[in-house]
Design a protein around this ligand. Structure first.
Ligand code: ADP
Length: 701
């Protein structure tokens, strides 16, 4: 029976058929090799390799950069001494291709000489994969470092954690020095730790695998950095978490930016609220009170104040300041009455429902000796904002006086002051803060105070304007009322004596006309005419002053009927001049019928009176609807009005014609204007296309 593992079978299977190159060589070179070796090296047959040395097929340098001949000698020496060695080696085929083999060399005894049996297994693919892996790792490392991403890998069973080099660097630690869970825990900010731990616990107890948490961690320098940790839980087949792996990102800059933004947002909201509440304020005291309180709250200061220049507009550089508002905290309860208002302002706070802490009113005096020092200090300011620490204020040549208390105010500890300006370079006063709760005033406080100063300045200007406007309006109303009274009384009371003059002149003319002679009669006629003109003037004036006193009810008025009535009143002149008045389809409006009739009568009457002598007057009255008004147009073909007089003609007593030629008082159009205004509209005159005038007026719908 054949031995299944006979030498020839073994040789065939293990040597001839093997895909690994196998050979034996000694000092005379290769003694024997298998076909796989010839194939690997692209040689025609195994015999052609006999007598050659394996390292002949190596490139000059190996992958690690070592010289092939030297390295192979060292290896051979090693094998002869130790019997066996395995390593990777770079070879080159006849075609020039390079390939990597895992080489195993074993020392054998051949007769009385040592030989070496070699086996090459081509591992080029494996090496390529390894190389790619290495490159990918390098890339990852660069990316992690460049992106400042730290890696961590927590073995939940052993509590060992792999912290990447970058993780260490993020916290200022030497790479490779930390490896335990406690290294993380001991660095998390005590305020953030409970939440951070709870988050991990909740995650591990749940079926979720995504992890995200942010917390502060202590840097080696002692400062805390904001870290965003993101990762994933790995579980065993039974669902037990085994590993938590993730990244660390240093998000301190973003966090700070976020905090700044939300702070800014909060500040803007508060500013807006301040603005809203101050908009309702009607007095400088109320304004100062609100703003001082806000300033104290926003900058955590115990004292806030607003010192204003004289309302007359004295400049800070030379004018005296009046104190309008002080807001002390309850910490200074012993200084209760600290709001000093100028007498004219009335003293009382006019803000609805506004309780002012530690503020009172002292209406007796507008200034207080204590404030002079403060104001002198402001006067010396040559910049819009000034911030002084407590020490700086102490050593300030003028400011130092503010550091000691007076019966009316506490000592000032540090000072932040911002000048108030009206935008045209005029200083209105100053807003200031003192006694910050902690530390000194910083840039943020300055920016807040600047914004408040801007609000206060704008509102002061507005309030001053409003006060001035109110004063002017009151004055105007007063004088208007007086004027109306005068016009009414004068015209009313003048009627009676004038009627007497006129009547007696008529009697004299009738009874004594013969005696007076021709000249006397002429004078008398002139007197009668003058008295008539005066009567007309008084009548018109009376009408004029009555319009604004008129409290008649508005009713629905048909304007076609109004025009018909006006024409009836003008019957004589229409007949005399042969005037044609056209109107049709005029609307019904809301108004005072008698006034609207007067309006139409005046306009039509003027159109006839100022007609062109060469043609008969033609007057067209039309109306059109506008969103809020009815627009009426009274158009004539008369002599027209020069553009430069088109505004003036509506003034009282303004006439463009000599009274001796065309009769009139110059009141008609101003009366029209009043009537139209009484109906919520305006009146104006344009040129009509035919050279005449075109009077337009609106009546509110
Ligand atoms: P009066 O007619 O009593 O002079 P008004 O106030 O009615 O006063 O008119 C003022 C002036 O406007 C008139 O003196 C006249 O010169 C001018 N005027 C008014 N209406 C017309 C018109 N339709 N055409 C030309 N001029 C006019």
């Amino acid at each position: 029976m054949n031995d299944p593992l006979s030498e020839s079978v073994l040789r065939n299977v293990l040597f001839e058929q093997s895909s690994d190159a196998q050979f034996i060589y000694n000092s005379q070179g290769i003694l024997q090799c298998n076909p796989a070796m010839a194939k690997m090296l692209e040689m025609p047959d195994p015999e052609s390799l006999v007598g050659r040395y394996p390292y002949e097929f190596s490139p000059q340098f190996q992958i690690d950069g070592s010289l092939s001949s030297e390295k192979s000698q060292r290896i051979e020496t090693w094998v002869r001494q130790h019997g066996k060695h395995r390593f990777d080696w770079l070879f080159r085929r006849v075609s020039g291709d390079e390939f990597v083999c895992e080489v195993t060399l074993t020392r054998v005894r051949l007769g009385d000489e040592d030989a070496i049996v070699g086996v090459w297994r081509e591992v080029t693919d494996r090496r390529i994969e390894q190389e790619e892996l290495r490159r990918a790792q390098t890339r990852l490392q660069h990316a992690l470092r460049g992106g400042d991403v730290g890696l961590w890998d927590w073995n939940l069973a052993t509590n060992e954690v792999f912290y990447s080099d970058q993780w260490h660097r993020q916290l200022g630690e030497t790479p490779g020095t930390l490896s335990e869970y406690v290294d993380w825990e001991s660095r998390v900010h005590p305020d953030d730790l409970p939440t951070a731990i709870q988050r991990v616990k909740t995650l591990l107890a749940s079926t979720n695998s995504e992890y995200e948490s942010s917390f502060r961690m202590r840097h080696a320098s002692g400062v805390y950095r904001w870290i965003l940790a993101r990762g994933q839980v790995f579980r065993d087949p039974s669902g037990q978490p085994t590993r938590l792996l993730g990244v660390h990102l240093d998000v301190t800059a973003q966090k700070e930016h976020e905090q700044r933004l939300s702070k800014d947002l909060h500040l803007s909201e508060v500013m807006l609220q301040t603005l809203e509440s101050t908009l309702k304020v009607t007095s400088l005291e109320g304004l100062s009170t609100i703003v001082c309180q806000q300033a104290r709250r926003l900058c955590s200061a115990e004292i806030a104040g607003i010192d204003l220049c004289n309302a007359s507009g004295g400049n800070a550089a030379n004018g005296k300041h009046l104190i309008h508002g002080r807001s002390y905290s309850t910490k200074y309860a012993e200084y209760p009455a600290t709001t000093l208002f100028p007498k004219t302002a009335g003293g009382a706070d006019q803000v609805e429902g506004n309780a002012v802490e530690g503020m009172g009113a002292e209406s007796e005096s507008a200034e207080h000796p204590d404030d002079i020092a403060l104001c002198d200090f402001f006067t010396s300011l040559d910049q819009p904002v000034l911030s002084l620490t407590a020490d700086q204020l102490q050593s300030h040549p003028i400011g130092s006086t503010l550091c000691s208390s007076t019966p009316h105010r506490p000592p000032l500890r540090g000072l932040l002051v911002c000048l108030l300006s009206d935008g045209d370079g005029q200083t209105l006063g100053a807003i200031w803060l003192s006694d910050k709760d902690e530390g000194d005033f910083d840039d943020e406080d300055q920016s807040i105070l600047r914004q408040l100063a801007y609000i206060v300045s704008t509102l002061i200007v507005r309030l001053n304007t409003q006060v001035e406007l109110r004063r002017q309006t009151e004055l105007l109303d007063e004088s208007n009322e007086e004027l109306k009274q005068f016009a009414y009384v004068a015209s009313h009371d003048l009627q009676q004596p004038l009627r007497a003059i006129s009547n007696y002149a008529e009697f004299i003319n009738e009874d004594y006309g013969e005696v007076l002679g021709e000249e006397g009669r002429r004078y008398l006629q002139l007197q009668i005419a003058a008295a008539k003109r005066m009567k007309k003037l008084i009548d018109d004036l009376l009408q004029y002053s009555r319009v604004s006193r008129d409290d008649a009810e508005f009713t629905l008025v048909n304007m076609d009927e109004v025009v018909d009535e006006a024409m009836r009143r003008l019957e004589v002149s229409i007949e005399e001049t042969g005037a044609v008045v056209r109107h049709e389809g005029l609307p019904t409006v809301r108004g005072i019928e008698s006034r609207l009739c007067q309006l139409m009568q005046n306009l039509i009457g003027n159109a006839i009176k100022y007609g062109d002598p060469s043609r008969s007057p033609v007057i067209t009255i039309s109306a059109s609807e506008q969103p809020e008004y009815w627009l009426f147009v009274v158009e004539d073909n008369g002599i027209g009005i020069e553009p430069k007089f088109r505004l003036e003609v509506f003034q009282v007593f303004r006439r463009l014609h000599d009274g001796s030629k065309i009769e009139g008082t110059g009141i008609g159009l101003s009366l029209c204007k009043r009537i139209v205004q009484r109906h919520g509209g305006e009146i104006w005159v344009e040129a009509s296309p035919e050279g005449g005038s075109r009077f337009c007026f609106q009546i509110t719908k």
